[in-house]
Each structure stands twice: as structure tokens, then as C-alpha cells.
Design a protein. Structure first.
Lengths: 140, 140, 140, 140, 140, 140
């Protein structure tokens, strides 16, 4: 059975927060965790590919990584268009660029086209930056 | 801007845990939060439908609720088939029935066919039961 | 032109029964044949991969096998959640385990991760067990 | 529990033939039953809509009928393009028109735009004509 | 048979330019026309809904409009992330905001939630602004 | 940044015509350009594969080419079933065969199974033949 990658999780196994999703009714439920989930999956896939030399396994991994990267892009786009409003962009002028860079990092020049763990880490770092701002706006 | 439904979240806005997803490589990343997210979205949709008498809005809500319910079923099926193994089923003999009931609660006899908040609450309660067992197995 | 794999079919070419599908209205139309169809397709793909050393062909086959395996899982999950009811599970106590094993056989540890015809045959055998019970319940 | 619509099935519950699907590897497995399954589902949906005056139920039915009709079109298109070859079209000169009419009957001017059982019956009849030719070609 | 909405088209019926799409290999083929196509479809749907009082037709139109709006968002997001690069954003500082507004106009506060032709026209105007910049960058 | 493949486009960058899509409401908006777009993307993918010996890149290209080929088939099928009516088939008796050949050229025996630019060119030529007839019927 697989272990979580977060040491806090591994120790406690007691998730106390509830993550939030989105639909465009809108239901009003959003959370950057959806993008982060897929990005972590991508990192795990890249690590597994590095440890497994079977050609068919690699084919499957490349294809699944492609799908997961597309999901990262989609979840981030949804946040950028549907959750964030003009006052947010006024307060955080770097937000547009941040989203543009993050979604590029999940594309052909990022995790779609790479099997380097460092690329996945860069994507995760960008998502964390977005996440920090997201939670600040929820608090404000 | 919408608020989260969890009072802890509303107060602190400081998500400390990382949720986990799944792909069937397998990447080894799973989390019942994915099903819970969609179920919370369903509950919000049902609440919004109750407060809005516009016919087109209702049509959109019924259709989006259908999709979100299908996603709940899918995420739960993935956990049941891909994460849980024979030793888990031996230790938690109620697990099969729990998943069967939970997925039925997201179907035609559950949140797909109902606009009653109580139905969404029943689904959320079942997912919580599954989630509790899931995190116990991660600890074991 | 391809030949069917069933000798009765190959001889007679006269399908006399009507297979049944499902939607979650529910329309009330179900049939294990939908899962079996995809499993047979998987078996054929595996056989063709064994006879063709072209790398691109193999890439295509691995990917299509992945999709078909996901469809097997989906069709079986639908039967387990939407068709079978508590009285069925009471009468056939092995049913939960049977579905769990069958869907695992179409996953990473089964036909998704394997190019062995024997794996496809095991999956087909499980589907046949489910099918036998399904038709008994229709008769009862 | 729902009953099959075929009287032979209802009496015997003993499916003896195996239906056949398709993938574009190609795996070489085809069967008009896939289109027929969805068309029967459409007919059942239309019948259920006639017996249920609930507005949300109708919304769901209209939407599911739309999806099922699209699936009928897809399965028929696959047969027309991927299974049937020039010699078949030479032997059955009506085949092009038959497929064109059948797919139109599952579109906006057919089961997508209609809640009339007669429209579903016309679609089923066309699929039967195609099916008859299909099985003749398998025999030839 | 339906007529195009562009008077030039209606007169000449002689398309001289070739539109361009995208995949994230990347293939390097992009064109704002993909978003425009779906936006024009949305406008036509809204116009048809205004002329047809049948309830089932309206249900179908609301649902199809939802899908087409999602496609507009997707095609625009792809352009924003995959085609446009930092030098473009430096040269056209309004570009981020333009895409953010355009995608919002295809969401719940835009064509998804509205049956007003004016909303579709606003979306089309935004896409034209993007298109103008796109073709300037191709020329540069 | 990629350049368009059409010399006229490359020179002028001034698209004057509006392309047209389809939904099955029907919205009445159709255009063979949708199929052509995907076919051009396929040709570019094949060219890029010929210039890049990286195995993972090839895996991605084969998979994306598969998806794009499926889209070509879909867009052509939609035109054949939803746009063209009996009077068109009477006037252009070659139309059925043309569509059948074009969709076959995007299948396993065409661009799905081939990495030869000539196959993509044959597909593009067939789409042009269809396009020519399409625009004649719009004029008539």
C-alpha cells in the first residue's frame, strides 16, 4: 500500500480540513488542492518511471502523465477564470502571470514534455504560490 | 465570494493537510476527499436550486448535479477497486456494503434523482464513514 | 474481415438474443455483455500485439488496451451499484468479492498492466461468473 | 427489477450468443448490438417520461436521451467506416443510405428531438436492417 | 438548410483562408477561430430558443449551450497558455485581462447563465479583440 | 512561434472569412474546416515525429495523433449525417463514398496507423473534395 508524501500526513493520518471543488453553476466551492492533487500524482508517476525500465510501463506512464497534466491545467484555469475577480487581480498584480506560468509548467514545455522530477517540483511550487494567495482572499 | 461550509476552514483558512488523488498506473496516491468534494458541490447545488425559481437555472442545476453525482460514484469505485485490498476487506467486513450503499446514494435513487438536501447529507455521511476507515488503513 | 471468437456465432451468424445496456435515469436496461465485449476486445488486442513487432503499433495497443480496461471496470461498477440490490447480495454472498476481483483484473494489476493473454482470460472468466448470477436474478 | 423487452429473453434468460464491440487498433471485434442497446435504452426512457410528470425527471430524461442518441450515432458511424469495406458496399448498394438514415433518426430530427415512441421504433427498425446485412457479411 | 450569419459568406461561399487548431505536442497550429465557432453556435442557440416555446427544446438548448460555452473557455485558455509567450504579454499588457474577461463571458455570469443575445455578442466582440492581437503576433 | 502552413495566410495574416461549427440542437452552423484543422494538426505531428528521435516524444505524438484522427472522423461523420440531406446525395452521387473513404483515411488504415506524411496529405485532399461540395451546396 502506498504512503502519502507529506510527513505530517504519514504521522497523523488525521485530515482535519476539507478541500473544495468547483462547478460552473456556480456552486461556489473551489480549492487549489484539486490542481495540487494531480501535480503530486505527476511527480509520483515520474519517480516510478525512473525506477522501472519496462517499455510498456513507460508508455502507460507517459500517457497517464499527459492526462494528469491536462487536469492540472484545467483546474488552474477554472480558478483563474471562475474564482478570481477584478478586485483580486488589483490586489495581487502578479496573479495573471503566476497562473500563466503555472499552466505552462503543466504543458508541453513542462510536465507533459518532461520526465524530470525537478519539473514537477517547479509546478508544485507555483501551485503553492497560487494556493497561498487563494487562502488569503478567502480570509479577507 | 463564496465561503467554505466547514466552520474550521472559515475561521482559519489555513489548510495544513494535503489531499491525495489517484491514477491507475498506479501512482499510489488516493484520497476520499475527491468524492467528498463532489458531494459537497452537490449539496450546494441543491441548496441554490431551492433559493432560485428560474427555470433555466434549474435545468442547469439538474444537469450539473447529474455530472457531479457520477463523479462521486467514480471516485468511490476507484477507492473500492484500486486502493482497498483483501486484508482491508477482512478487517472491515462492512466495507463492501458501505461502498455499495454510498454509490447507490449518488445514483438515480440518491442525489441524481433528488433535490432534497437530506439526500446529499446522507451521501456525505457515508463518505465520512469510508474516509474514517481509509485513514485507519493508512495508519496501520 | 475478422471472425467472431464464439464457435456458435461463427457457424450460424444468427444472433437471437438482444443484449441490454444501462443508463442511470434509470432506463432499467442492463447486461453483463457490455463488460464482456470490452474484455474480448482486450484479449484480441493482446493477441495482435504478440504478432506485431512494430513499436508504434505497440504504443497504440497499450493505450487502447488501457481505455478498454477502464470501460470494463466502468460497466462492472454500474452493474454492481445500479442493478444489484440488497436481496441479491443476501442470496449471493460472494457477489461483492466477485465484482471486486473482476474490476481489479481490469486494472493495473490486471489487463492494464499486462500483455499476457492469460490475464485477459481470467478477466473473461470472472465476467462469466457475474453473468451467470445476473441471468439467474433476471429469472427469479 | 426491470424486465427485458424481448419476450424470448423474458422467458428463457439464457443468452447464448456473444456480442461484439470495436476498437480502432483495430481489434477486429464489431457488433450492431452496441447501437441497438442504446436505441432500446432510448425507447425505455421515452416510455418512462410518458408515465412520469415530474419536471426534474423530464429534464434528466431529455439529457440522458441526448447522450444515448449520440452513442447510437457513434456506434453506427464506426460500423459504417471501420467494419464495412468496398466489396460490402458493392454487394449492398443501399448500405450507405441505410446508415445515413439510421444516424439521422438518432439526431435532432429523430430521437434527440422527439419523445415519441414511434421515433425510437423507427430507429430500432433501421438498426435491425443494418444488423441483418452485417451478419450476412460475417457469414459470407 | 441553414445559412451562415456572415453576409460575405452568404454571398460568396468561397472560404479562402485556412483556420488553425491546437494540440499540446505541440503541433504549433493555433487559431482563435475555434473559440469563435463555438461562440457563434451559442448565439444561434440563443436565437432559436427565443423562437421556440417547446419546453423539451429549451432543455436541450440550455444543455448544449452549456457545453459550447465550456468549449469556448477551453479554446481560449489553450491560446492564453500555449500560444502566447512572455514577449507577447510585454507587448500587449491588456492581454491577460482580455482573456480573463472573455472566459468569464462564457461562464456562469456569461453565456452559460444567460439566454440574452447581447451576452453572446459581448463574448464574440472579446474574441474578436483577441483574434486581432493573435494575427498581429503571427505577422510580427 | 509556429508559422501557418498556408502561404496566403503567412503573407497576409488577415482572415476574412468566418468558419462554422455544429451542434445537434441543431444550431445550423457547419464547416468542413473543423475536420481540416485536425487533419493539418496530424500532418504537423507526423512531420515533427520525423525530426525528433526521443522515444517519449514519439509515444506522446502517436497518442495525440490517435486523438486528432478520431476528431477528424467525428467532424466528418457530423457533416455527413447532420448537414447533408437527400437532395445533396441525389445531386452528388459520389458523396457517400467520399465520406466513407475520408473517414477510413483517418482510421487504423490511415493516419491512426501511419506516420507517413503522404497519408496525411491524402486525408487532406479528401477533405478538400468534401469542402468544395459543401460550399457549392451552401451557394445553391
Amino acid at each position: 500500500m502506498s504512503e502519502g508524501t507529506d510527513p505530517v500526513l504519514s504521522r497523523l493520518f488525521t485530515p482535519k480540513t476539507v478541500v473544495h471543488a468547483h462547478c460552473d453553476l456556480p456552486c461556489g466551492v473551489y480549492d487549489p488542492a484539486q490542481a495540487r492533487i494531480e501535480a503530486e500524482s505527476i511527480k509520483m508517476i515520474i519517480q516510478k518511471v525512473g525506477e522501472n525500465s519496462d517499455a510498456d510501463f513507460r508508455t502507460r506512464a507517459i500517457q497517464i502523465k499527459e492526462e494528469r497534466s491536462e487536469l492540472v491545467k484545467h483546474h488552474l484555469w477554472v480558478l483563474w477564470t471562475d474564482y478570481f475577480k477584478p478586485p483580486h487581480f488589483a490586489k495581487y498584480p502578479q496573479l495573471h502571470e503566476l497562473f500563466n506560468e503555472a499552466t505552462k509548467l503543466a504543458g508541453a514545455g513542462g510536465t507533459k514534455g518532461s520526465t524530470d522530477v525537478a519539473t514537477a517540483d517547479k509546478l508544485l511550487a507555483k501551485i503553492d504560490e497560487i494556493s497561498k494567495i487563494f487562502w488569503e482572499t478567502k480570509q479577507g
